[in-house]
Design a protein around this ligand. Structure first.
Ligand code: HEM
Length: 452
């Protein structure tokens, strides 16, 4: 990470080599924003996604430019605001059940958050309760798949993929296991169900009238699991770490949850009222952005700050580095939720879910999921870092993990206060997707000028 941050000192466009392949790193948030919004039609996803597509299919997350717009239109209704509110009701129940079953003592935060976010995505989106064995398979397989396809893209020669290295065997087994679980999810879905799978099976493109075949539906389910479960689990794990490190903030959020819920169960509308928790989550998404490196490939000539890039040029950009820019964020290495009180960070400088036509489809889902789970945890448990815990960033996968994390939990006495509902719910600083995403492949009107 320090290496990626240091590249900004070399200029807004930095050429590097991966083996013999030149890659261009964009270190300026304005250029990244331009690439994702104004010039998005000039780019496709890039070399790692070519590999991922071949191995994992052409679901939204990996989809090539031609397929993407058509599929995005089909999947988008599953993330409509009303649907997300329904999912949130389910998530509240699931979080309550899971978190109240914990025992005092050491908590494997990464494992618990992985299980819960897998549960939440599969139950809400696919109406399927996985068996304990399937859940264990998914939680084990997702990090192996996400690490494996990046490693394969970086092999100096494709022949290495065929060598029976332990890493190749782990990856092949993980892809196989994940597909088996997903096939079961699709097979269990009846057309009359109301979930993403039935929606995809029934969906017709409004322009062409075409639907999706079973393989395309399976690819979308893999895509949603891959993109959805790991990122939320990673962010939640970092949030629990920061709350354990900042006991006063943890108490403040516990009080906020108690005052918003009156000590009872959380309601869907309460999510937007938990502003202090919203600040802490936003700061976690800034300082511990899960997707630390992303990429694109040029398909039409483009010029960035005097550097002309031809079709085929591979581009990397690091949201983690952009989110630690001294020019935008005072003392950027500090975890400081207060920086979000004023809401003056330019839209171009903070985009954990990116922006433009490939913006995360699950942003609202993820936001509600993470607020609900974090609220459920602090309402019941005091989080404490165990003695000797030294956390380091571990960026060997598609997401940055909290290596060395050791957390303990102790029960807290329920806080009973009158329910305090202000008539207008204050907006959390990060919510950008209350308005459904524009599906034009190029320009999203108004992007780039506003402040949060
Ligand atoms: C903390 C939580 C999350 C973060 C930070 C996050 C971040 C991102 C980012 C940065 C991208 C763009 C990747 C690229 O274009 O290279 C993305 C895409 C995507 N995300 Fe998320 N995500 C989160 C949660 C979710 C959830 C919960 C779901 C689904 C349930 C989801 C589904 C997707 C899908 C399907 C795409 C591909 C969208 C497209 O290309 O049209 N994500 N996400």
């Amino acid at each position: 990470m320090p290496f990626l941050q240091s590249l900004a000192d070399l200029g807004p466009v930095v050429r590097m080599y991966l083996w013999r392949q030149p890659v261009y790193v964009l270190t300026s948030a304005q250029l990244v924003h331009r690439m994702l919004v104004r010039d998005s039609a000039k780019f496709e996803k890039g070399f790692v996604f070519d590999k991922a597509r071949a191995l994992l299919g052409n679901g939204l997350f990996t989809a090539d430019a031609q397929t993407h717009l058509k599929h995005r239109r089909l999947v988008q209704p599953a993330f409509h605001r009303d649907r997300v509110a329904e999912y949130t009701e389910l998530i509240i129940e699931q979080a309550d059940d899971a978190v109240s079953s914990w025992s005092p003592g050491s908590l494997d935060a990464r494992l618990r958050m992985g299980e819960l976010s897998t549960d939440v995505v599969t139950t809400a989106l696919f109406s399927t309760a996985l068996t304990a064995e399937q859940k264990a398979i998914v939680v084990r397989a997702l990090p192996a798949v996400l690490t494996g396809f990046i490693q394969r893209a970086l092999y100096p020669h494709p022949v290495l993929e065929k060598v029976p290295l332990p890493t190749n065997r782990r990856f092949d087994a993980a892809v196989h296991d994940l597909r088996a679980v997903v096939d079961d999810i699709v097979a269990r879905c009846a057309p009359e169900d109301s979930n993403v799978v039935s929606l995809l099976l029934a969906a017709r493109d409004e322009h062409t009238g075409e639907g999706m075949d079973a393989v395309q539906v399976r690819d979308e389910v893999v895509s949603l699991l891959l993109a959805g479960a790991e990122t939320s689990a990673t962010t939640l794990t970092w949030l629990l770490y920061e709350l354990a490190r900042h006991p006063e903030l943890q108490d403040e959020i516990r009080q906020e949850v108690a005052s918003v819920t009156g000590g009872g169960s959380l309601q869907v509308d309460d999510v937007a009222r938990l502003t202090r928790l919203g600040h802490a989550l936003t700061e976690t998404l800034r300082l511990h952005t899960p997707n630390w490196i992303l990429m694109r490939r040029v398909i039409e000539p483009v010029e960035f700050d005097g550097t002309r890039l031809e079709p085929g040029a591979e581009i990397l950009f690091s949201l983690s580095a952009l989110h630690r820019d001294h020019a935008v964020f005072a003392d950027p290495a500090k975890f400081d939720p207060d920086r979000w009180r004023e809401g003056t960070v330019p839209r171009t400088s903070f985009m954990p879910f990116i922006t433009g036509n490939r913006k995360c489809i699950g942003e609202s889902f993820a936001w509600n999921e993470m607020v609900v789970i974090a609220a459920s945890v602090v309402a019941r448990w005091q989080l404490v870092l165990e003695p000797g815990c030294r956390v380091r960033e571990n960026a060997t996968s598609a997401t940055v993990q909290a290596g060395g994390l050791k957390i303990s939990v102790a029960p807290v006495a329920p806080v009973s206060v009158p329910r305090n509902i202000s008539s207008v719910a204050p907006k959390c600083p990060m919510r950008t997707s209350d308005v459904d995403i524009q599906l034009q492949p190029t320009l999203v009107p108004g992007e780039g000028q506003g402040s949060r």
